[in-house]
Design a binder for this molecule. Structure first.
Ligand SMILES: [Mg+2]
Length: 363
């Protein structure tokens, strides 16, 4: 049983009513497509959105892939880095100090945050211990999963109906399933770029054929975006992944970004995990309020958009999951999913302390 009113059907109704009076699908929130025509297979320059993902523009394609996919700790700068991005466990009290009296909202990436990165993306399961930790946190605070995977797939992994799910990098958002039953029209829902679904499907089939000869390459259809995984491709073969870029040159309505051993293809719309965070806060009725404290935990470049939003808001904390230093806009760090469990456990206990903070934080 959740302890915050945000998950009541009435609260969800209220959350929807405020930002999008037009209806439950939030059509008024849909950002415009850059292209316009949908099946425009033209020879137009590919939009490789490296700047948005923090990759230095100007480096080679291969260098960008390597920069997005570091494999181990490098150099002896760990000390400086952990001073700049201290452990959210070791510095828990300091991290949550500013949350006193504020309403906490929790955002969680999935792969590499709630589950370990595994060779087969279809086997990226989360542990029961992690599921329990997420469930406990969601009893006290509105909690959302924000993933690059399609919403249905990430729900199949997490299996908690009380959460918000933002799939396909936030392009496909839906509120807690256990309240949809109460009022189907009341669910928080947002779908961006749905006009491009046939194009994405077409590219999926093309890329699947093109990647077939590359040992270890795998194309994942996330409905609103595609992921080309190369975590199992030998590094000497990474250059052959350039084929993805060649295919994308034909589709100006799609853009290519780099993730951790993955190339992401999505609609060329101004929408990312940071926008998803803002949308969900707005849906909960927290837009522009200074008494909200979002906590976002993620491990990938795509999570940086959300970390930057929090920096811009000057509220809440971003926590990067990484066991080695890397450039980030997050304030704090955790080393791996096992530490995420510890942090979530502490957060749930923190809400139960019964002090002023806990009482006022519960929504
Ligand atoms: Mg991740």
């Amino acid at each position: 049983m959740t302890k915050h009113a945000a998950f009541s059907s009435q609260a969800v109704l209220t959350a929807v009513a405020a930002p999008a009076p037009a209806g439950p699908h939030f059509s008024t929130f849909a950002p415009p497509l850059k292209g316009g025509a949908l099946h425009c297979k033209k020879h137009v320059g590919l939009h490789v959105d490296l700047a948005a993902t923090g990759v230095a523009v100007g480096g080679s394609w291969l260098e960008s892939m390597k920069a997005s996919s570091p494999r181990s700790a490098g150099g002896g700068e760990n000390g400086d880095w952990t001073e700049m991005h201290p452990s959210a466990l070791a510095r828990f009290e300091a991290a949550l100090g500013a949350a006193k009296g504020m309403k906490i909202v929790v955002f969680l990436d999935y792969d590499g945050t709630l589950s370990p990165i595994v060779e087969d993306p279809d086997r990226g399961f989360m542990s029961e211990e992690m599921r329990d930790a997420v469930r406990c946190v969601a009893e006290h605070f509105p909690t959302a999963i924000v993933s690059g995977r399609c919403r249905d797939k990430v729900f199949d992994f997490v299996k908690l109906t009380e959460l918000y799910y933002a799939g396909s990098h936030g392009m496909d958002i839906e509120g807690p399933a256990n309240h949809v039953q109460a009022n189907a029209e009341a669910a928080v829902r947002y779908q961006a770029g749905s006009e491009l679904l046939p194009v994405i499907e077409e590219v999926y089939h093309t890329l699947t054929a093109k990647m077939a000869p590359i040992a270890g390459a795998m194309v994942e259809n996330n409905k609103y975006c595609l992921s080309v995984h190369f975590r199992c491709v030998r590094e000497e073969e990474w250059e052959s992944m350039n084929e993805v870029r060649s295919v994308l040159k034909e589709y100006p309505d799609l853009k290519l970004t780099h993730g951790r051993k993955v190339l992401e293809i999505r609609p060329s719309i101004k929408w990312d995990k940071g926008k998803a965070l803002e949308f969900l806060l707005s849906s909960l009725g927290y837009a522009g309020r200074d008494d909200v404290f979002p906590i976002y935990i993620g491990d990938d470049r795509t999570d940086e958009d959300a970390f930057k939003v929090l920096r811009g808001m000057g509220q809440g904390i971003g926590i990067l999951v990484s066991n080695f230093p890397k450039e980030t806009a997050a304030s704090y760090s955790l080393r791996h999913p096992a530490e995420v469990i510890e942090f979530l456990d502490k957060l749930a206990k923190y809400s139960k302390q019964g002090d002023g903070a806990a009482a006022t934080m519960a929504i």
